[in-house]
Design a protein around this ligand. Structure first.
Ligand code: ADP
Length: 490
C-alpha cells in the first residue's frame, strides 16, 4: 500500500510529545512490512537545511487567498529507508516554535501554517507523480487533509485515495476566529459544508472529524472516552455520530530507542535477567539530580509536559498538591523532568528549595528522560486524561513501576497490583485528587519496603510485555482497508 503520513511532528526532526514518536515508529513498522510509506512535515526553522537534500524547484501551494510558493527538502528517517519530505516556507515556518512560543503559545496564523502544510502535501504527491492509497493525517494541524481530499481533490489522480485522521489528543483542536477562514485557501462554501463552523469560529479538528473516511485514536479506552461528555471536549456529539468509523489502536513503543538492553543514552544497560545495571543507573540518577545516593530509598521519577492534562495541580499546586506532604512524611525521593506552565515551573523550583528529597530539572532533556526511566523505582503519571501515554510503557519496559490514574491508555496498559498474588504491572487509582495521589504513592512505597518479592514479580511482568509497533501496524492496515472501502466505494 502507498501511505503518506501528514504530520507536524516526527522524531527526530520535531517533537513536542508522543505524536512525534508515534508517527515515525508507525511509518517504520509499515515500511518493514513492505509498504511504500512517506512522511511530509514542515521544515521548521530548527531543522537544519544543510543536513537535508534540496529539490531545486519551487512549487505553488493554494494556501491563503493568493498562491504561495514552497520548496521541498527530503531526508530519510535516520537508520531507515523511510523518506521524510519537508515543506519549506519562510513566512509559515521560518521562526522558532512548532505551534507557538512562550510569548505566543498559539501562533495567530496557525490556520495559514496548517494550510501550507496540507495543500503542500497534495502538491508533493503531484510533484512526485506518486499518488497514495491513504493520506494519514495526524491531529488538528493536519485536519485539513481529509477536508481537501473529500471536497476538493478526490478526483483525477486522487480518485482512489482515502483519508485517515488520527486524534492523538482531543484537547487540542485548532480553534480560530472566522476571519482566519480565508487563510485555509478553500471555498467559503466549506465553512459550513465541511464542518468548520463552531460557535461562529472555525474548528480545524471538527472539520477533519467530519470529513475523514476513518478516524483513529491512540488507545481503545480513549476511543470510548472521547465519545462521552466528560472526555469529549465538546466534540463528543459529533464523535458519537461518527462512531462507526472510530477505532482505538494502542501506540507501541519505539524499541530501537527504548530498550534497557541496548539504550545508548543510559550509562549502564540491563535486562530482566540481570538488574545490576538498573541499580547503577539509580545511583547515577541520584548523583546527577543531587539526591542522596542510597540504593534503599524508593526513587519516583516524573517526566512530563507540565500542563493541566497531566494532573500537575494535584501534585504541585500550592497548598492543594500532594508532593509536599509525600516528601515530608515518607522516606522517598523524587527526580522530576518537565517544562510547561510557568506557575508550575516556579512552584517546582520553590518546592525544591524546601525539600531535599525532591530534585527537578526544568526543561526538555531527552538523555535525562532515559536515565529517569532507567534509574527510578516508580514513575508517577496521574493524568487527568491520557490518550495513550508513552512514559508508562517505557517505565514497564525499564522495570520501573508506573503509578497511574485509570484513564485512557493508562487504563489499557497498566495492570493494578494485586496484593494477594503479587500480580500486576503498577499501581492504579481511579479519581484524580491530591489524596488519591498521596495514598497510591504511599501504597507503592509501602510495597517497596515490605514486599520486595512482589515488586520484583511486577517488574518482570512489565519488562516481559511486548509493546512493539508490529501489532499496531497490522491494526492500522485494517483501518486503511476500511477507509478505502468507505471513501472510494471500492
Ligand atoms: P504527551 O504526548 O501527552 O506529552 P506521552 O507520554 O504520550 O505524552 O509522550 C511524551 C513523550 O515526550 C515521551 O517520549 C516523554 O519522554 C517525552 N517528554 C515529555 N517531556 C519531556 C521533557 N521535559 N524532556 C524530555 N522528554 C520529555
Amino acid at each position: 500500500m502507498k501511505i503518506l503520513m501528514v504530520t507536524s511532528e516526527t522524531v527526530p526532526f520535531a517533537k513536542t510529545g508522543g505524536l512525534a514518536d508515534a508517527v515515525s515508529a508507525l511509518a517504520i513498522a509499515l515500511r518493514k512490512q513492505g509498504h511504500d510509506v512517506k512522511i511530509v512535515m514542515p521544515r521548521f526553522y530548527k531543522i537544519d537545511r544543510s543536513k537535508l537534500n534540496a529539490i531545486d524547484e519551487p512549487v505553488a501551494v493554494a494556501a491563503g487567498q493568493i498562491e504561495t510558493w514552497v520548496k521541498f527538502y527530503y531526508a530519510n528517517l535516520p537508520g531507515t529507508d523511510v523518506p521524510v519530505y519537508f515543506i519549506d516556507h519562510e513566512q509559515a515556518f521560518g521562526r522558532d516554535g512548532i505551534y507557538g512560543t512562550k510569548a505566543e503559545p498559539d501562533f495567530h496564523d496557525n490556520p495559514y501554517r496548517s494550510a501550507v502544510l496540507c495543500h503542500g502535501a497534495f502538491q508533493l504527491c503531484r510533484f512526485l507523480g506518486w499518488y497514495p492509497d491513504i493520506m494519514h493525517a495526524h491531529d488538528w494541524f493536519c485536519a485539513l487533509v481529509p477536508v481537501l481530499l473529500k471536497h476538493v481533490c478526490r478526483n483525477g489522480y486522487f480518485a482512489h485515495t482515502a483519508s485517515v485522521l488520527t486524534i492523538h489528543n482531543l484537547g487540542y483542536q485548532g480553534w480560530y476566529g472566522k476571519d482566519s477562514f480565508p487563510a485555509l485557501g478553500i471555498d467559503w462554501n466549506l465553512y459550513h459544508g465541511a464542518g468548520f463552523e463552531r460557535n461562529g469560529s472555525i474548528n480545524l479538528l471538527q472539520a477533519g472529524i467530519s470529513c475523514a473516511d476513518m478516524i483513529t485514536t491512540v488507545s481503545p479506552t480513549y476511543a470510548k472516552e472521547i465519545q462521552t461528555s466528560e472526555g469529549g471536549f465538546g466534540m463528543d456529539g459529533l464523535l458519537r455520530v461518527r462512531s462507526d468509523v472510530i477505532k482505538g489502536i494502542l501506540n507501541g513503543a519505539d524499541l530501537r530507542q527504548w530498550n534497557p538492553v541496548t539504550d545508548k543514552k543510559i550509562p549502564f544497560n540491563y535486562s530482566s535477567k540481570d538488574f545490576s545495571g538498573k541499580a547503577k543507573c539509580k545511583a547515577e540518577l541520584q548523583k546527577k539530580m543531587g539526591l542522596e545516593v542510597n540504593p534503599d530509598i524508593p526513587l519516583i521519577g516524573i517526566v512530563t509536559r507540565l500542563v493541566d492534562q497531566k494532573g500537575i495541580a494535584e501534585v504541585f499546586a500550592p497548598t492543594y498538591g500532594s508532593i509536599y506532604n509525600i516528601c515530608t512524611s515518607m522516606n522517598v525521593q523524587f527526580a522530576i523532568l518537565g517544562s510547561g506552565e510557568t506557575w508550575c515551573e516556579n512552584e517546582i523550583r520553590t518546592l525544591q528549595s524546601k525539600l531535599p528529597n525532591m530534585r527537578a530539572f526544568i526543561g526538555y532533556d531527552d538523555a535525562l528522560s532515559h536515565l529517569i526511566e532507567a534509574g527510578s523505582d516508580f514513575f508517577l503519571m496521574p493524568s487527568k486524561y491520557e490518550p495513550c501515554g508513552l512514559n508508562q510503557i517505557y517505565s514497564m519496559l525499564y522495570g520501573t513501576l508506573p503509578i497511574v490514574r485509570k484513564t485512557g491508555g493508562l487504563a489499557d496498559t497498566v495492570e493494578n497490583y494485586n496484593q494477594e498474588t503479587g500480580e500486576g504491572t503498577g499501581f492504579v487509582f481511579e479519581n484524580l485528587t491530591p489524596s488519591a495521589v498521596y495514598n497510591t504513592v504511599g501504597w507503592a512505597v509501602w510495597t517497596y519496603y515490605n514486599k520486595k518479592d512482589h515488586l520484583r514479580k511486577m517488574q518482570l511482568a512489565g519488562m516481559n510485555k511486548t509493546f512493539g509497533w508490529d501489532e499496531a501496524a497490522d491494526k492500522y492496515l485494517e483501518v486503511y482497508k476500511e477507509a478505502l472501502a468507505r471513501g472510494c466505494n471500492l
